[in-house]
Structures are given as C-alpha cells and as structure tokens.
Design a protein around this ligand. Structure first.
Ligand SMILES: [Zn+2]
Length: 81
C-alpha cells in the first residue's frame, strides 16, 4: 500500500476497505499467509461494512458449494451420449 500516509483518514479507510475486499475470497479460502489474515481480521474488527460483506460472501460461497454438490450429482446422472 504505497502513499497511504499522504491520504486523509477517510480516503485511507476506503483504501483499506478496497484492499481487504480484494483479498476477501482468499481469506475465506485460507489462502492468505498469517500476516495478511491478521491484517484483515484487524480491519474487520472496526469496519462493520467489510464485516457485513464478509458474511454475505461466506454465505454466497456456501451456496455455491451446495450448488456444486447438486451439479456433480446431476452430471453423474446425465453422463452418456
Ligand atoms: Zn472496510
């Protein structure tokens, strides 16, 4: 995050939100290293809007996983010419 110190607090907050949101799916997949995950958790503690976004993203991923299970079952049924 280059040049953040020059920004005012609101712009800085928004830049952090963008950073957290960009990494959110990796965070949910546990693909981030410890330090990045900690930084996101710290941000989420005082940013309700990112926390809300994380919850809805988590729900979306759970929904997709459920659909994937149904899809796989469907594929097995329709295999053939
Ligand atoms: Zn945020």
């Amino acid at each position: 995050m280059r040049g953040l110190a020059k920004l005012n607090p609101m712009a800085r907050h928004r830049a952090q939100c963008a950073h957290v949101r960009a990494q959110m799916s990796d965070y949910l997949d546990a693909d981030l290293d410890e330090r990045c995950a900690r930084a996101i958790e710290r941000h989420l503690r005082w940013c309700p809007s990112c926390r809300h976004l994380l919850q809805s993203l988590r729900r979306t991923i759970e929904g997709l996983n459920a659909l994937g299970t149904i899809g796989r079952r469907g594929d097995a049924r329709t295999t053939g010419p």
